[in-house]
Design a protein around this ligand. Structure first.
Ligand code: DAH
Length: 357
C-alpha cells in the first residue's frame, strides 16, 4: 500500500501538464487502473482480510484523488500565470495613432449650403431616389412627348413581366421633391432638397450619379426679385466674398415660367477662380417662377399661391469653390484624394462660425 502511495504521489507531483496528469489518473483510478483492480480483488478476500484492506484501499484512493485535484488546480494556475505574462500590456504607453477619416467635399458642401439656407428660413426636405415617372416628369409639366424628357438620359428600373405600367426611374433631378413636399405639407413653404440624382452620362464633368440641391419658396406674393436676393445672399455666403454679381439669362424649363439660368461674375486669371470680379460669367443654376401646372399637380391652387424654385449642382459648386478639377475622382474612393480634398470632421460649417474653416 505504501509503495503504491509513494509511486502515484510522485507521478502526480511530476506531471507537467493536464494531459500527463490525466494519464496518471487513468493508470491509478481508471476502470483498469492499478488501484481499481486492487479494489475489485476485495471480493475474493475473506471477511477478516477485507475489513483491513477495504478501508486502507478506500483511504488510498481518496488520497490520490485529492492529490490529483490539487495538482490539476496548480497546473491551471501556472498556465494562467504564463498566459498573463504573455498578454501583459503597458497601459502607460502612448496610444496608437488611428488613420484619421475626412468629410467628403460633397458632404461638406451639402452642409455648407444647408446652413446658409437654414439661416434664411429654409427647411430641408427629402424624397426617394427611385421615383415614379409621374413625380419625376409628368407632375413637373413634362408630358411623355416632351422633348426635355429625352434629354435627361434616364435610367429606368426593370419591370416585372406583363407589367405594362410606366417603369419607375432613378430620379434625374431633385425637382420631384417639390411636388412631394407641397402635396404633403401644403403652403406657404420654404424648403431646400439636397440629394443624389442619376443620368446616363460620363466625362470629366459628368458622372452617372451626382448631387443636386433644389430650392422652393411658395407664398401668396413671392416674386422673382426675392429669388434674386436669396441667390445673391447665397453666393456671397457660399463663396465667402463681400460682393457678388448675378446675371439672369432667359431660359426654358418645363416646370417654371418664366425661367432663368443664373450666371455668376468671376475671373479665371492665372487659372484661379475669383468670384465677384473679372469679365467672365459662370453658370451656376437653373431657376424660375413655379409653373401653375406644377402647383396644381401638388394640389396647390395656382390662383392663390405662387413662388420660385431653383436647382443647382452640388458637385459642380464644390469643384468651383475648392478647385477640384475632375468630377469622376469624387466617386473613386481613392484615399489619397480623400485626404487631400477632405475636411476635418470636427469643423462643422456654420454661418456664424465660418463655413469652410
Ligand atoms: N431640374 C433641373 C435640372 O435637373 C434644374 C432646375 C431648373 C430646377 C430650374 C428648378 C428650376 O427647380 O426652377 O436640370
Amino acid at each position: 500500500m505504501d509503495d503504491l502511495r509513494d509511486k502515484y504521489l510522485a507521478a502526480i507531483a511530476g506531471a507537467v501538464d493536464e494531459a500527463g496528469l490525466e494519464e496518471v489518473r487513468l493508470t491509478a483510478l481508471g476502470k483498469k487502473g492499478e488501484i481499481s483492480l486492487k479494489m475489485r480483488e476485495l471480493g475474493k478476500m475473506s471477511p477478516e482480510e477485507r475489513q483491513v484492506a477495504g478501508p486502507a484501499l478506500n483511504g488510498l484512493r481518496d488520497e490520490i484523488d485529492t492529490a490529483l485535484k490539487a495538482r490539476k488546480a496548480a497546473l491551471a494556475d501556472a498556465a494562467l500565470d504564463e498566459r498573463l505574462k504573455g498578454e501583459w500590456l503597458d497601459v502607460t504607453l502612448p496610444g496608437r495613432r488611428r488613420p484619421a477619416g475626412t468629410i467628403h467635399p460633397v458632404s461638406q458642401v451639402t452642409e455648407e449650403v444647408t446652413q446658409i439656407f437654414a439661416d434664411m428660413g429654409f427647411a430641408v426636405a427629402e424624397g426617394p431616389q427611385i421615383e415614379s415617372d409621374w413625380y419625376n416628369f409628368d407632375a413637373l409639366n413634362m408630358a411623355p412627348e416632351h422633348p426635355a424628357r429625352q434629354e435627361h438620359d434616364t435610367f429606368f428600373m426593370a419591370r416585372a413581366e406583363g407589367d405594362n405600367r410606366p417603369p419607375h426611374v432613378l430620379r434625374t433631378h431633385t425637382s420631384p421633391v417639390q411636388i412631394r413636399h407641397m402635396a404633403e405639407h401644403g403652403t406657404p413653404t420654404r424648403v431646400i432638397a439636397p440629394g443624389r440624382v442619376y443620368r446616363m452620362d460620363m466625362d470629366q464633368t459628368h458622372t452617372p450619379m451626382f448631387h443636386q440641391i433644389e430650392g422652393l419658396a411658395i407664398d401668396r406674393d413671392i416674386s422673382m426679385a426675392q429669388l434674386k436676393w436669396v441667390l445673391e445672399e447665397f453666393c456671397r455666403a457660399y463663396f465667402e466674398v463681400d460682393h457678388v454679381e448675378l446675371r439672369f439669362r432667359a431660359s426654358h424649363f418645363p416646370f417654371t415660367e418664366p425661367s432663368a439660368e443664373v450666371d455668376l461674375r468671376c475671373s479665371w486669371e492665372g487659372g484661379q477662380l475669383k468670384v465677384g470680379e473679372g469679365d467672365s460669367w459662370m453658370e451656376i443654376l437653373g431657376s424660375g417662377m413655379v409653373h401653375p401646372h406644377v402647383l396644381s399637380s401638388a394640389g396647390v391652387d395656382p390662383t392663390e399661391w405662387q413662388g420660385f424654385a431653383f436647382g443647382m449642382g452640388i458637385d459642380r459648386i464644390a469643384m468651383l469653390k475648392y478647385g477640384i478639377p475632375d468630377l469622376r475622382a469624387f466617386f473613386e474612393s481613392d484615399l489619397r484624394w480623400l485626404r487631400h480634398y477632405g475636411f476635418s470632421a470636427l469643423d462643422m460649417p456654420t454661418v456664424s462660425g465660418g463655413l469652410s474653416r
